[in-house]
Write a protein that binds this ligand. Sequence first.
Ligand code: PMP
Length: 399
Amino acid sequence: MPLQFATRLNNVETSAIRELFKLLGKPGIISFAGGFPDSAMFDVAGIKAAADAALTEEPGGALQYGATEGYEPLRQQLAAFMGTKGVEVAPDGLIVTTGSQQALDLLGKTMISPGDKVIVEGPTFLATIQCFRLYGAELVSAPIDAHGVDTEQLEQLIVEHKPKFVYLIPTFGNPSGALLSLERRRKVLELAVKYQTLIVEDDPYGDLYFDPASPPPRSVLSLSKDLPGSREWIAHCGSMSKVLSPGLRVGWMIAQPELLAKATMCKQFSDAHTSTFAQATAAQYLKAGRMPATLANVRKVYGERARVMGAALTRELGDAVEFTQPQGGLFFWARLTGKGGKVKDAGEFAKRAIEQGVAFVPGAPFYAKDPDVSTFRLSFATADVGKIEEGVGRLGKAA
Ligand code: PMP
């Protein structure tokens, strides 16, 4: 008799894009497919020094079991880091999670009963779709444009579906690259209060803006201080992954105390705590004051890659694609127009592109509902500018 797996697994399937990733090993393929930062940009020397300091200064803390809520020196450093971004939070106002992915899982675990509705953006982060569905959520998709979620439609959907919560990536979304405008951020806060609805702000890309002279609007959490009563309705997820290292698996969540307590309880049964060694290393890294230089470096390098990719797309594909030039993050989100008899279906485009030696991810799997099959995502993070030029040239041939 075959193994009888839990029925909750019926709600999810292995990611459609996994199949595509199998092809990436082909020699000579230029990949715009992954969601990874560039390993060549990791501050290895800085992380080495931080790990060394962790083992020298606090070996007991760094190698022993630790508190589920997180390693105290890291909580202090993260609270201070959030302070630099306009968020006042005490160390015990946040918990450390094993990547922000775990924060999303804990939100699913603590908030979602089978059949509950959750509003997500269309498109949104694929792993979130899968994670919330695993808990039995029925996902409702709110449309977005270059300025993020359409707040008028979001309000209608909240009224209609009375969701358990709304999940947004307001700053340089994955996959959309979109930036929620200040006006809409304020509107989201109003909606949270008006409908007493939890808003999850997933923010792994917020620090990755390209022009230091024009940072994105403050986070929804930070703006909540301007609207009395709104902060308790925001759960904010942060991550070290995109700017420092995803392998460290250090993320955090800021939310109202009751939610943090429930999430901590669930985390206890899951991984007991995030690796104390990773936490102590991250704490030492922040304490050493290396973050500003690291941020300046990633902003510069990714910013240049994004500019090169935008110019190459315009040159090589012309009006066969539409896109908004991202101001931060790791992704271009584009739509095939079909103009000039060019390909209109991104799945077909992806196949032809692989034949030309370039890979990317079609957009359909990023929609919880009603996929737009003409969309696709290109990451400019891992290829250098030469490869970006070459890869986009190949896309031009495939279109
Ligand atoms: N949220 C979004 C929007 C992401 O793109 C990612 C990483 N791809 C995550 C969360 C998870 O990141 P991590 O667990 O590494 O912090």
